[in-house]
Design a protein around this ligand. Sequence first.
Ligand code: ATP
Ligand code: MG
Ligand code: MG
Length: 371
Amino acid sequence: PAMLGILGGGQLGRMFATAAKTMGYRVTVLDPDPQSPAADFADVHIAKPYTDPQALAQLAQTCAAVTTEFENVNADSMRWLAQQGLTVSPSGDAVAIAQDRIAEKTFIRNAGLDTAPFLAVHNSGDLAGDLTPYLPGILKTARMGYDGKGQVRVNTAEEARLALSNMKHQACVLEKMLPLVAEVSAIVTRTRAGEAVCFPVAENQHVNGILDISIVPARIGDALLERARSMALQLVEKLDYVGVLAVEFFVLEGDKLVINEMAPRPHNSGHYTLDATLTSQFEQQVRAMCGLYPGKADLLRPAVMVNLLGDSWGENNAEPQWEVLMTAPNAKLHLYGKKEARIGRKMGHFNVMADNADAALEQALAIKDTL
Ligand code: ATP
Ligand code: MG
Ligand code: MG
C-alpha cells in the first residue's frame, strides 16, 4: 500500500491517520513531539522539526503524497517537497496565504468576497492615519494566532498603537469589531481535477475564543446557507486549491455574510462529519491527496458537536464520567489520547445526532451538563 505523509501529529493528524488506514494506506507523521496524538496511529513517526532537511528527505523518498494538518507549518518545506516531485496538497502557496492574515484577507477581497473592514499593519506608521473606519476594533497578529490568542480589543487609536507596541510591533491586522448575529463555517474538498464538494454549513459557538459547540445544519435560513457554500466554493476555485479547506464566516444583521478566515485543513467545526455524513472530512483529505473523487458529503442526520476541553478533567488527568455518553443511544465520543489535560486544551469531542438541530442541541447540552 502507498505511504501517505502528514505534517503535524495533533488530533487532526490522528483522525487523518485513522481515515487513511481505514482506506488501506500507510501513514508517516512528521511532528516534533515524539508523543504526538497521531504517534500511536502512524506506521512511521518522525520526531523532528517541520524544516528538518533529513526528515523532509525521508518524506520525499518514502511517501506517495503529503498533506498538512497544521497551518503554521513552514510553507517552504511544502514547496521543497513538491519540487522533489511529490504530490503536495494543499500547495505551499495556499498554506502561505492562509497562515498570514494580511495575505489571507487581501486574497479574499481580491477574489471579490467580503471581509470585515481591515487595515494591514506592517509597522507603527500604518497606525498613524485615521483609524475610525476600524474602531472599535481588534488588533490581531498576522501570523501564529489561534483560539483567539494574539488578539487585543481596542476602542481608540491610542489603544491600538499601545497594543501594537505591546505586541512588539509584529505585523498585524486592525479589524473592525462587527456585531455578529452568528458564526458559521463551510468546509470544502477540492481535487486536482477540480471536482469540489461542500459539507453542510455548521453554526459555531465559541467560549473564551475557543470553539465550544457546532450545530449542523446552521440555523440561518436556506438562502444564507446556500450563499456560504457558494462563497466557500468560489474561494477554493480562486486559490486553485487541492485538499480540504475550512472557511469561517460572520453572519451580520441584514443577512450579510463576510469571511473571517480560512484554514487549509480539516477543521474542528467539521468533526461532526465523523458520524453525521457518509464521508468524514479526514477521508476527504485522503481522497483529495490521492487524486480520488470526493466522497458524498450530505448530512445523514442533523448533528451537534461538543468540544471536550481539559477543563472538564479532574486532578491527575482524571477523565470525566462517560456513563451518560455511553448510554445515550444517539451520541458518540471521540478522544484524542492526550496524556495530559490542561485548561483550554482540546482533549476530545462528542457528537449527538437527532431529527433536527434543535433537538440535537438540547440533548447535547444535557449530556454536557453531566460531565
Ligand atoms: P481560530 O481558533 O478559529 O483559528 P483565531 O485565533 O484565528 O481563531 P479569529 O477566528 O480571527 O481568531 O477570532 C476568534 C473569534 O473572535 C471569532 O470566532 C469571533 O467570535 C471573534 N471575532 C474575531 N474577529 C471579530 C470581528 N471582527 N468582529 C467580531 N468578533 C470577532
Ligand atoms: Mg484562525
Ligand atoms: Mg477563527
